[in-house]
Design a protein around this ligand. Sequence first.
Ligand code: IMP
Ligand code: MG
Length: 177
Amino acid sequence: MENDIQRVLLSKDEIESKLTEIGRKISEDYSGKEPVFVGILKGCFIFMADLMRHIDVNCSVDFMAVSSYDGTSSTGAVKINKDLSQDINGKDIILVEDILDSGVTLNYIKNYLSVRQPNSIKIVTLLDKPARRKADIKADYFCFDVPDAFVVGYGLDYNEKYRNLPYIGILKPEIYS
Ligand code: IMP
Ligand code: MG
């Protein structure tokens, strides 16, 4: 597995100290509120689990699972495979995503959930790849900017593999070309 990684982009320690900082910021911003963290499966699962342990306000968690329709990225069509298990009317929602790439997925989810009239919807993402943005969307909280390369580990996959790497690495291009 490690042999497929070109180089480590973000170490376990770098990620951990950034999560402490972002967790503190979110806790300050949501002081006195009770946000619902909505993780976008599957990529969010490690990031979300670690981030939550740095949040010190009352909160709850929920999950959505989505996939993009093949060949329709230009239309921004996203398929909802698992929806929320609670009513979010009047709630403060924080969407938790592994990486903001074209932005199509999060843009769709944000619009999709807005209809249910939550009090607010914000986005926290581990990684941001601004070079590839297509949708007009940005993260309210993000941990790291990454270059335009395919990255895996710490929840992020290539063909469902590498999610278990404890760091974020650039995948060797020969693996996916
Ligand atoms: P977007 O709709 O293009 O922003 O898609 C974001 C989704 O694409 C993420 O949730 C990831 O699942 C996937 N993705 C985008 N870039 C990468 C990458 O470099 N590594 C792994 N997954 C990626
Ligand atoms: Mg994902």
